[in-house]
Design a protein around this ligand. Structure first.
Ligand code: MN
Ligand code: MN
Length: 465
């Protein structure tokens, strides 16, 4: 019998931590500290973009509108309505031979305020909410929530709101029924135990004014908001206010090996790709980083990936390079490559029954690639071509980066999607490539610091390939 035949022939799936030395562990932990810090300042798509723009400018990127012409080495960005962003480093290679794109999304599941949110009932003031993205509603009750976003007055004046994060701020919460009286509720299915229409945020309880007034608690809240922000009730009509968990991103485990935080889907890929872009130099193919919005609700709208804003950005690059001509954009896309950088479902031993162990992504085994997503018979999937998967494997293997190629779950259990298909529609070669997550879409999601660092290294290697 040949020795080590298994080592030679099998696809060994190992825990990445085992191979790390103390120097590498320190690098991994340091990188995650930066990520945790970023998460704590970036709880909405607008906050991510504000902070990403700051980081880009500190690293020499400039708004593409400031450039009259572009040449290799130039670093540009474009911010779309404060909610999505594209960055690029112009490469030395002829751009007609394609660009290298990494695309993540910066919106996360949350509760939005309704256009007419404020009401009073039973001596309490409340905000009505409308949930955004795929949430398990019961997870959003009895946790501290903060309010982030903007109100825009009819005259255009924009008021930025961020309340519930500072230790001295009040927080808000959605109440749930005491178990003593919850017999009927407990018989319901998890899906209907908490109804969307009952996700009402508790915001105050002191009445204002004399006995003749009605809605005194609501009035008192409106008075406080008027003094603090200069707004009236009508200004909610033109606002985007989002409720997000008020707790902080933290290291998880006695060994500090994991990160627990709200919004890791998909700020984990947004942060790692942004950091990778800040750390690459002299790229051959033009490197493009997409931070998109609205992925959690289907990528529609002019800040979502379905809009033509990205085409506009790439066309602007071609214009400013002085080479644009009819159909050139199509040609560029046809020869382009992309990592759709979105999170993957991590294998959870407690819920092992939904996964096929041989085809699941495990935390700590490196960056996770999905050749395809979709549901049932791959419905809605963008299935990456084997030739392109091989090309990506080569980049990872040459750079000694740990990776796993997996599926979201068992065949008939469910499914999901990312922005991959949208770029594939333009002719780009795309594969999903991100970080495995536990408790995806919950107020507190869990990831491995090992995989976070692998994602960063993967994105860097992809752009430098
Ligand atoms: Mn996602
Ligand atoms: Mn998601």
């Amino acid at each position: 019998m040949e020795e080590n035949l298994k080592d030679k022939l099998f696809n060994k799936k190992e825990n990445g931590w085992e191979e790390t030395d103390s120097k590498e562990r320190e690098e991994i932990l340091n990188f995650s500290n930066g990520y945790i810090e970023f998460l704590n300042k970036s709880k909405t798509e607008r906050e991510v973009i504000t902070n990403a723009r700051k980081i880009a400018e500190e690293n020499g990127f400039k708004d593409i509108m400031y450039f009259e012409s572009l040449k290799p080495g130039d670093k540009v960005y474009f911010v779309n309505r404060d909610k999505s962003m594209y960055l690029a480093i112009i490469g030395t290679e002829n751009i007609e031979n394609g660009i290298h794109i990494i695309g993540s999304h910066v919106d996360s599941p949350r509760l939005d305020l309704k256009p007419n949110p404020l009401y009073e009932d039973g001596g309490f003031a409340y905000f009505k909410t409308h949930y955004y993205g795929g949430i398990k509603k019961y997870q959003w009750t009895t946790i501290p929530l903060s309010i982030h976003g903007v109100l825009v007055k009819a005259n255009g004046e924009k008021i930025t709101v961020n309340i519930g994060e500072d230790e001295n701020d009040p927080i808000f919460t959605i109440t749930d029924l005491l178990p003593h009286l919850a017999q009927d509720q407990m018989e319901k299915k998890l899906k209907t135990g908490i109804e969307g229409e009952n996700l009402n945020l508790l915001i105050g309880s002191i009445p204002y004014g004399g006995e003749k007034e009605t809605e005194k608690v609501k009035l008192n809240i409106m008075k406080i908001l008027n003094e603090k922000y200069g707004i009236t009730e009508k200004d909610f009509l033109s606002s985007e206010l989002e409720l997000v968990p008020a707790f902080k991103a933290r290291s998880l485990g006695f060994d500090n090996s994991m990160v627990a935080s709200y919004g890791q889907d998909d700020r984990i890929c947004a942060y790692t790709s942004l950091m990778a872009m800040m750390n690459v130099q002299n790229v051959k193919n033009t490197a493009v980083c997409i931070l998109s919005d609205k992925e959690e609700i289907g990528s529609m709208g002019n800040t979502g990936m379905e809009s033509h804003m990205f085409d506009f950005f790439v066309s602007e690059i071609l214009n400013k390079m002085g080479i644009n001509r009819p159909n050139l954009l199509d040609r560029v896309f046809c020869f382009s490559k992309m990592l759709s950088s979105d999170v993957d479902a991590g294998f959870d031993p407690i819920y092992a029954s939904v996964s096929d162990r041989n085809n699941a992504a495990f935390l700590g085994r490196g960056v996770g690639l999905n050749k395809y997503t979709g549901a049932r018979g791959k419905s809605g999937a963008s299935d990456a071509n084997a030739e392109f998967v091989a090309w990506v494997r080569n980049v990872l293997e040459t750079n000694d980066i740990k990776y796993q190629i997996s599926e979201l779950g068992k065949v008939d259990v469910g499914g999901g999607g990312t922005i991959a298909y949208i770029l594939a529609n333009k002719g780009v070669d795309v594969i999903d490539c991100g970080v495995p997550v536990l408790s995806m879409h919950a107020p507190y999601e869990v990831t491995s610091k090992y995989d976070i660092y692998c994602a960063f290294r993967t994105y860097k290697a992809f752009w430098q390939a």
